[in-house]
Design a protein around this ligand. Structure first.
Ligand code: NZQ
Ligand code: ZN
Length: 385
């Protein structure tokens, strides 16, 4: 196992009715900015619950954070923050809103010239406003990690800091009942790929991390499709298991002490930046191709994945690896997400732009070995056609 330091201070309030807990979590003298997205929280009752919980607080609101939050939208929050001396951000929504809140919190107290450099030049932030989160879409793990992804002019860039990790997060599976099938499928697949990117590398004998990851993958494979089937889609236990899996998949625990491979995400970000494809749908297209192109380097872990996650015991090594990749694709199809570039009307002509963007963003040595060069990324994209 590799050496690591691990701390995850986000306090989780899990279960029905837990939105009320925010009244205790946010100091009464705080000046709160409630930030949210396009309004789903107004039609599913979440907004009302939050407003009730904040009835003793001084609060203001900022809405309109879009999926794949845009820099320009997020910067508009600064005017309200200054005008009302805001000192606490409450994010209510999916990963985009939570990520957006993180950038807003960092930009407010940024001591450099231009907050864009937090993303473009990876300038370190030294302070940020405190953040709390009410999660409405289980997918990204953003509610208890320090990551954020922001888009400007087709450039989708991440930044990361422990200073923007939410102090608390409310996870009420009931609020996920209003999600569309598309968002459920996206969320389950995103959490699945987060787990894979911290698992499917090479073995360092991290038994706890491996078995934890395998448990998350199996849970998502078992429960994910149930959230789309009419007979089980309203089942709150299904929703609870998906929600907790998604949080655990990217809260730092399973990735501590093991190698990681974020190539699927980095290539996927370019697909979203250039063509506006939903985040998870880029991952379901890229991951099977990464598995195929990198099968030799990932061989040992692919075999472990085949046997422990998919219980494949028949046939020789290569047959079991082929089968595991096929079953992964079939799982994605069950979750109603695409697995090929052609499924989203992209083709060979679009690959040059993606490679150019990867180069511009410094994504030239991806993967757990840093050996996914631009040529390898091209090979992966061709494999995904
Ligand atoms: O904007 P509203 O009206 O809230 O609607 C949203 C949005 O249209 C809707 N929605 C959310 N909760 C709902 C709901 N609709 C009905 N009922 C509910 N309970 O769903 C739509 C998509 O929301 P979004 O927040 O964009 O989805 P998701 O949570 O998948 O977040 C995706 C973003 O997170 C980034 C992605 O790149 C993307 O920008 N990621 C963040 C990560 C992190 N912070 O660690 C890691 C991920 O790999 C990912 O990159
Ligand atoms: Zn993701």
């Amino acid at each position: 196992m590799l050496d690591f330091s691990f701390q995850n201070p986000t306090r989780i309030h899990f279960g029905e009715g837990q939105i009320a807990a925010i009244s205790q979590e946010i100091p009464l003298d705080a000046r709160v900015l409630l930030v949210y997205g396009g309004g789903s929280i107004k039609s599913n009752g979440v907004y009302q619950q939050v407003v009730s919980a904040l009835n003793k607080h001084t609060w203001f609101e900022f809405s309109g954070i879009e999926p794949n939050p845009s820099y320009d939208t997020l910067m508009k929050a600064q005017k309200i923050i200054k005008a009302h001396s805001i000192d606490y951000i409450l994010a209510v929504g999916g990963g985009s809103v939570v990520d957006g809140a993180k950038f807003i919190a960092a930009a407010t107290l940024f001591d450099g010239n231009d907050p864009w450099n937090i993303l473009a030049k990876q300038q370190t932030i030294t302070q940020a406003l405190p953040i709390g989160a009410v999660l409405t879409l289980p997918a990204t793990g953003s509610e208890s990690n320090g990551n954020s992804v922001v888009t400007r002019d087709g450039n989708k860039l991440p930044f990361s800091s422990p200073l923007v990790r939410p102090l608390f997060a409310v996870l009420d599976p009931k609020v996920t009942l209003s999600l569309s099938d598309r968002q459920i499928g996206n969320g389950v697949v995103d959490a699945f790929v987060h787990t894979i990117e911290q698992y499917l590398t090479y073995s360092v004998n991290g038994k706890v991390q491996d078995r934890f990851s395998e448990g998350l993958l199996q849970t998502l494979i078992e429960e994910g499709p149930k959230a789309l089937e009419p007979a089980t889609k309203e089942n709150l236990e299904v929703r609870a298991n998906i929600m907790w899996s998604a949080t655990m998949a990217l809260n730092g625990l399973i990735g501590a002490g093991v190698p990681q491979d974020w190539s699927t995400h980095m290539i996927g970000h370019e697909l979203t930046g250039a063509f506006g494809i939903d985040h998870a749908r880029t991952l379901s297209i890229v991951l099977p191709a990464v598995m195929k192109v990198c099968r030799d380097k990932k061989r040992e872990k692919l075999l472990q994945y085949a046997s422990r996650v998919w219980q494949l015991t028949e046939g020789d090594d290569d047959t079991r690896i082929d089968q595991a990749i096929l079953l992964t694709e079939q799982f994605f199809t069950k979750m109603q997400v695409p697995t090929r570039l052609s499924d989203v009307d992209l083709g060979i002509k679009d690959i040059d732009l993606l490679i150019k963007r990867l180069e511009e963003h410094g994504m030239t040595a991806l993967g757990e070995h840093g050996d996914i060069t631009l040529d390898k990324s091209r090979e992966i994209l061709i494999q995904a056609l």
